[in-house]
Design a protein around this ligand. Structure first.
Ligand code: SF4
Length: 563
């Protein structure tokens, strides 16, 4: 086990009364709320809730009390806190406009239904699992099933009474909602083409499986300062947005030791975006789980718990820097030196989503396709499962761009599969707009949202396809429903942050603050907020059309939008 045995680790439901000698610091000020510095007294309501009872313990109450006695029996701290440890959030009550988001109390925004997130580590699914996901959607979620940009599936309209049966069905095929939300290690991102891509440097799948088996659902890491995001990929396309995860393992070829992973720490977006930094360390595949646990251990013990908005790992990393972080990881958690290693090569292509038809290293093919902004439905998911199976495939994947893949298709059956997918409006050769547009959940279901996103994104795609049929540049248009960054607006060519804006008549209406020129991959950087540039939702297609038309007219040879 990589976590520091000397580190104070409060048991579930309470912190220890004493800290180990040498670590304890008698503070006269409140500090940042780091356990490793002796700050065990909860300094905000979230920390108090976690101290009172471990989030994982709420499952028993859901199964034995809440699902039987109904919504009104749910304890408030469980409803708005611990249920997240099992992938459950209350969804937004219908009919509340974005202007009231910030002024209403949380309970006034709560619907009596839940969003449920199904954890899909590495984006890997069998067709049997996909079929069960689709069936649950139809039976319990009014047909909803969105593909998220962290490779998960999200349902809406879930009743508390149905949760145990949904868990039973998911778990019968090896899926779960364990720690899909909450202050926990969230779903581990993985390359959708792990193990099959011709150009793969290394397959990270065994490390993802080991992390999941050892640590997900374990109380060792079930009380972190906030959420913790992981990405592992050995694809040279750098296909898991490693720059903006708390920890990332990126495939590299070490000149002496061979294939392994370059270690990145401290990336995250939201309101204070920060790119992850390399620690300059090379990690072989079998050591990834221990090193991962060491990094999570540092976050648990040294992470800032006093202020919720400073509780992500990026703030600790900003204060420590990569040299100190690596030193603490080696000295206190791993008890050994890490091997120095090279940086990853930058990818040679812009799209990192695996859309289209591609040959696998075993000679078969994978087929990547694009729904609009990740929105699918249960019926379509079961049809995808049937189509894949009917074409000899037993495996599908989700991507970090809200897209999907069918794997292992013989060449002779590829075009038939492509036709079948396109008959479901799942484009294998999509326009750049459909391929490059993402949208978060937005006001339809999210309690923090100010504006509509999914429907807005889908209609924007349709409009741009109609108005700019010749446009064929890679373009990323990301749409958020509030100042958070669930759809990664800062890393898009055109990032749209939902807020209320003033229209031509002086009325407050739904709209967006525009960010331009963000990018990951070849030239990572955050988009510039264009001062004063806000568009109403109604003006959005006109605005994006103008920006793209001007770019096409004025660009120099080979220039990308982000440049
Ligand atoms: Fe909700 Fe805001 Fe995240 Fe969109 S960006 S899902 S509106 S919290």
């Amino acid at each position: 086990m990589a976590s520091n045995p000397a580190t104070p680790q409060p048991p579930a439901g309470g912190q220890p009364s004493t800290a180990p000698a040498g670590r304890r610091k008698t503070t006269r000020h409140r500090g940042e709320g780091q356990w490793a510095k002796g700050h065990f007294t909860p300094l905000n309501a979230n920390e108090q809730t976690k101290k009172d009872d471990d989030g994982l313990n709420v499952r028993t109450r859901i199964e034995t009390i809440y699902s039987k006695a109904g919504f009104d029996s749910i304890d408030g701290a469980d409803l708005r806190g611990r249920m997240r440890w099992w992938g459950l959030y209350t969804q937004r009550r219908p009919g509340i406009d974005g202007g009231r988001t910030a002024i209403l109390e949380p309970e006034e925004l709560d619907d009596r239904y839940f969003m449920m997130r199904v954890r899909i580590d590495g984006g890997r699914l069998t067709v049997a699992q996909l079929r069960v996901i689709g069936e649950i959607s139809q039976e319990f979620a009014r047909g909803t099933a969105d593909i998220t940009d962290r490779q998960n599936v999200q349902y809406h309209w879930i009743r508390i009474e149905d949760v145990p049966e949904i868990w039973r069905r998911l778990e019968s095929v090896g899926l779960s909602t364990t720690e899909a939300c909450g202050d926990t290690p969230r779903t581990v991102l993985g390359s959708p083409v792990a193990g099959i891509a011709e150009d793969e440097i290394i397959d990270g799948t065994p490390a993802i499986d080991e992390i999941k088996a050892r640590y997900i659902g374990s109380k060792e890491f079930s009380n972190l300062p906030r959420k913790f995001k992981t990405a592992i990929s050995g694809s040279p396309l750098l296909d898991v947005v490693h720059e903006i995860n708390d920890v990332s393992f990126v495939g590299v070829e070490h000149p002496e030791h061979g294939p392994g992973f370059d270690l990145w720490v401290g990336g995250a977006l939201s309101t204070n975006p920060r790119l992850g930094e390399r620690l300059g360390a090379w990690v072989p595949l079998d050591e990834v789980p221990d090193v991962w646990a060491g990094v999570v251990g540092i976050f648990r013990d040294y992470g800032y718990r006093r202020l919720r908005h400073r509780a992500r790992l990026k703030f600790l990393m900003a204060d420590w820097g990569p040299e100190k972080f690596r030193q603490v990881l080696q000295d206190e958690y791993l008890k050994r030196e890490l091997v120095d290693g090279p940086a990853p090569q930058m990818p040679t292509q812009v799209w990192r989503d695996h859309i289209g038809v591609h040959r696998q290293k075993d000679g078969r093919f994978y087929v990547g396709f694009a729904p609009r902004v990740g929105r699918i439905d249960g019926t379509t998911l079961t049809k995808i499962a049937a189509l894949a199976e009917g074409h000899g495939s037993e495996r599908v994947r989700t991507t970090t761009d809200q897209k999907m893949l069918v794997l292992d298709v013989e060449e002779s059956r590829v075009e038939s599969l492509v036709s079948g997918l396109e008959s479901l409006d799942l484009q294998v050769r999509p326009s750049p707009f459909r391929r490059g547009t993402m949208a978060c959940t937005g006001i339809e279901f999210c309690k923090l949202a100010i504006v509509e996103t999914k429907a807005r994104g889908a209609s924007l795609i349709d409009e741009l396809e109609r108005r700019l049929p010749e446009f064929d540049e890679p373009i990323a248009i990301n749409i958020n429903g509030c100042p958070n960054s669930c759809a990664r607006i800062q890393t898009a060519d055109i990032g749209l942050k939902g807020q209320l804006v003033t229209d031509a008549d002086g009325q407050q209406t739904e709209g967006f603050q525009v960010h331009l020129g963000g990018s990951l991959g070849m030239e990572p950087g955050f988009g510039r907020k264009v001062r004063g540039l806000k568009v109403t939702s109604a003006e959005l297609p006109d605005y994006v059309e103008r920006v793209l038309t001007r770019f096409q007219a004025e660009r120099t040879d080979g220039e990308r939008f982000a440049q």
